[in-house]
Every structure is written in C-alpha cells, then in structure tokens.
Design a protein around this ligand. Structure first.
Ligand code: MG
Length: 271
C-alpha cells in the first residue's frame, strides 16, 4: 500500500514502508504537483525514520483549499431534520483549521455545542483528480452553524480539521463506492457506524460539481460528508467537552484520535 505522511520541522513528506518513513525531502503538495517527474519517489539514500518516533502533521498541512460537503448521507440529513439536498451542498473550511491526526481541537468560549463529524477526505492530484484518501474530523460548532448564515466560524475554528494519519493513494485504496466502514467513537463509545457507499453524491460527482466553478489543485482537500450519529442529533444532544477524545477509523485507510482542549490553553501553547 502506498501511504504518504508529513512529519518534522520543516514539514516534509515521507513514504511509509512498513514501520519506517522514507523522507521525500519536499512537501507533499510539491511532491504531488511533481508526480510526473518522480516527485513522489524518495531520492536514493533518502533518510529513514521510524514511524513511531515522529509526530505526524496532517498529510497536507497547508492545503490551498479545504472543501466540505454537507448532508451527504441520507440518514444524517434525516437526523438533522433537513431534506436530502438535490445537488451537493458545498462549503469551505478554513485551511488554517487543518491540524495533525492527533489534533488537538481548540474549544472556543464562543460555542456551547462543539461536535464531531467523522469523514472520508479526498486529497486532489496534479490534474484535478483523486490522489488519495485520508481520515478527517469536520469539527463543527452547532450553535454558530445555526445562528450564522456562513459557516466560516462554525467549521473553520483553530484545529477544527484534524486529518491523517496518512494519505493512501487511490490506486491502492480502491473505490469508496465499494463501501468502506467508517466509525467514530467519543471516549470509547461508538457514535457513528456507516459505510462510504451510502454517500448521496459520490466522489466523482462531488469533484465534477466543485469543478464547475473552482479548479481543484494538487493537495486540495475535500471532506465528503458525515454519516448519522453526530452529538447534536442525540436525545438529549451531547456535545464535546475539554478532555474528550474523538477517534475515527475508516477501513483500509487508517485511524485518527484527537483530544479537545480549551482554546486559551491551545493559544498559550503556541508561539
Ligand atoms: Mg461534515
């Protein structure tokens, strides 16, 4: 399986080989852009690192664009009380929300309703097609999503897009329409349990719909939507609190787990 990670400072891409990472000596976005001239091949005598010794960033820590698709699973549309859309519901997530597979996600004081959305994410290749797949949490402040017409704050907050742990290339991963299991746990409790063949609009349709107005570029990311089982739809609703752990696993792709921390604490830990 061809899997690519991003690690280190400055963040560089690496090819995963067993328990090791072979450094590509360039960012994954650059590597994907230059795929035709061997950009995805590690140089001879490239340094190797043990996977367990490095902290992983998001596979593409600096995407040019992060798109999200809303209400893209019928059962999730139903649980939110909204009709299934007739065309893909596309929104933008702030690229600055992207964080590594271990997060953390910053809980701002401005929300009392932070929620998870386990999702299959597509990473775009140099020709506007699918380079590969990764796992993401489309973290959402439900109260802001409800009260504000645009979702930039509700879905674009600091750390609101944990991703990883790696990108599995499309040729290795196969077709999500074959139905990969997608599951989300909060503090070990299973909340979402679905399959990717339940997507209302599949990956080709979503790419072509976005492409009607936006040229997709190497390293852009599309979060394909979340299935039923989000916290806001529980009775009573159960939102994320500081200290909670969200874990998301997609069959054949990988697994991420991140904690939720107070935003003040999150800011204090940064230069
Ligand atoms: Mg979503």
């Amino acid at each position: 399986v061809a899997r690519y990670v991003t690690f280190g400072d400055p963040p560089l891409a690496g090819l995963v080989e067993g328990e090791e990472i072979v450094s590509l000596d360039r960012s994954l976005r650059e590597a994907i852009s230059h795929a035709a001239i061997g950009g995805l091949e590690p140089p001879l005598d490239a340094p190797r690192f043990r996977l367990s010794d490095v902290a992983l960033h998001a596979p593409v820590p600096d995407p040019g664009a992060v798109f999200g698709i809303g209400l893209n699973y019928r059962m999730h549309a139903e649980e939110t009380g909204r009709p299934s859309p007739e065309r893909p519901l596309v929104f933008a997530k702030m690229a600055g929300a992207v964080t590594g597979p271990a997060g953390p996600v910053a809980l701002p004081a401005a929300t009392n309703a932070l929620d998870y959305e386990g999702e299959l994410a597509v990473v775009i290749d140099g020709h506007g097609g699918v380079f590969g797949y990764t796992v993401a949490d489309d973290v959402t402040a439900r109260d802001l999503q409800r009260s504000e017409a645009q979702w930039a704050r509700a879905k674009g907050g600091d750390g609101f897009c944990p991703m990883g742990p790696w990108v599995v290339t499309a040729d290795e991963a196969g077709d999500p329409a074959s139905g990969w299991s997608l599951r989300t746990w909060v503090n070990g409790e299973l909340r979402q349990d679905a399959r990717t063949d339940d997507l209302l609009f599949g990956v080709p349709e979503v790419l072509s719909f976005i492409g009607e107005t936006c040229t997709l570029r190497a390293g852009d990311v599309i979060l394909t939507g979340t299935p039923a089982g989000v916290g806001v739809a529980m009775d009573p609703p159960r939102f994320l609190a500081v200290g909670d752990e969200v874990r998301i696993a997609i069959e054949g792709i990988g697994e991420i787990a991140h904690r939720v921390v107070a935003r003040d604490q999150w800011r204090a830990a940064r230069p």
